[in-house]
Design a protein. Structure first.
Length: 325
């Protein structure tokens, strides 16, 4: 048995996204309905011990980086303790909406967390309220500052632009991030919302974003590696800006990522329609070697691409928040 997670297209999975919960304290219109979603029952969620065990097995198969996500990972009770257990195993980062970072950034950094991505789609508090259905813009902004103060560098900001909603803010957001030393990443909106309201015509494309930014800044391509974002140096650098063009500039050919849902299902792609049930195997007493075989079998089944642009594309049944963004 090769100690690696290889698929049939020669890609090795070395980056694992671990969703810690499907719950969230915001209700971003493109991600969740106002009333929330039917949350996973508590007994179905992986415990800290189960997460650590699965990460250990993944590490034995070549996983080197783990990003904690959700739902909103900061709402998981005991997060700092879990981070302290995972940090010695892998390079650990976290994606968050920023709520609670003022309190948690320091203890998380002390526990071994290296970096955070904070999602922020607007600089306008009223627009934030419209977009997230919660009046908490300043808390996110304070959370970003707390992340810097805690040494979680570089702090990245994730932004989804939507036509007629916040697509007039691309440049303002970039300048705001440049002034504060945050690295901005625009993410093309993907068909992953529970309302199935994604519309290709409404999506703001990577090309449009780059056009807006280039009118005011000189962008020079920087090295990309396996990261999904294409990255540019802004005005000669060292400041950078990224664009994740998942839909119009797919990066599936160099994808090194797999995902573990909060209820212990391994997914080889955000858009996968199959999952491998690691939780049942774990709870039925599987050994580490058996879990490793399951992970390897799942990764062997990874498809060449996400297929969003294929005529027969079907959105996965889980929404983004339940997969782990
Ligand atoms: N709650 C955390 C947050 O908002 O950062 C982590 C989970 S969230 C699902 C992760 C990222 O996915 C966020 O930056 C969010 O804006 C983005 N996202 C959610 N739905 C999306 C969609 N349909 N297309 C593209 N990005 C999406
Ligand atoms: Fe919550 Fe993140 Fe989804 Fe917004 S994008 S509703 S913060 S999970």
């Amino acid at each position: 048995m090769t100690a690696a997670l290889l698929d049939t297209f020669g890609r090795a999975a070395t980056d694992l996204r671990v969703s810690l919960t499907d719950k969230c304290n915001l209700r971003c219109t493109y991600c969740m309905p106002a009333e929330g979603l039917p949350w996973l029952p508590a007994p179905e969620l992986l415990t800290d011990d189960e997460i650590v065990r699965l990460v250990e097995v993944a590490v034995s198969l070549g996983v080197r980086t783990v990003r904690l996500t959700g739902g909103e990972p900061l709402v998981r009770p005991g997060l700092t303790g879990l981070v302290a257990r995972l940090a010695p195993l892998v390079e650990l980062s976290l994606t968050t909406n920023g709520l609670g970072l003022t309190r948690l950034a320091q203890p998380l950094a002390a526990a071994g967390l290296r970096r955070v991505n904070v999602s922020l789609d607007t600089l306008r508090p009223q627009r934030f309220l419209d977009l997230t259905r919660r009046d908490r813009w300043s808390e996110v902004v304070e959370g970003l500052a707390a992340a810097v103060a805690a040494g979680l560098a570089p702090v990245k900001v994730n932004t989804v632009l939507m036509r007629g909603v916040n697509d007039d803010e691309a440049l303002e957001l970039l300048d705001w991030c440049l002034e504060r030393g945050y690295e901005l990443r625009f993410i093309e909106q993907m068909p992953l919302d529970p309302q199935h309201s994604w519309d290709r015509a409404v999506m703001v494309t990577a090309e449009e974003i780059l056009e807006q930014l280039s009118a005011h800044h000189t962008l020079t391509p920087a090295e990309r590696g396996h990261a999904p974002a294409e990255v540019w140096l802004v005005d000669g650098g060292p400041a950078r800006v990224g664009v994740v063009g998942s839909v119009t500039r797919p990066f599936c050919g160099s994808c090194d990522r797999i995902r573990l849902t909060a209820d212990g299902q391994l997914r080889t792609c955000l858009f996968a329609r199959e999952e491998s049930d690691l939780r049942s195997a774990l709870r039925a007493g599987a050994t580490d070697a058996e879990l490793a075989v399951r992970m390897q079998a799942a990764v062997r089944g990874k498809k060449a691409g996400h297929g969003i642009n294929d005529p027969d594309f079907l959105q996965p049944s889980r929404p983004m928040s339940a997969i782990g963004g």
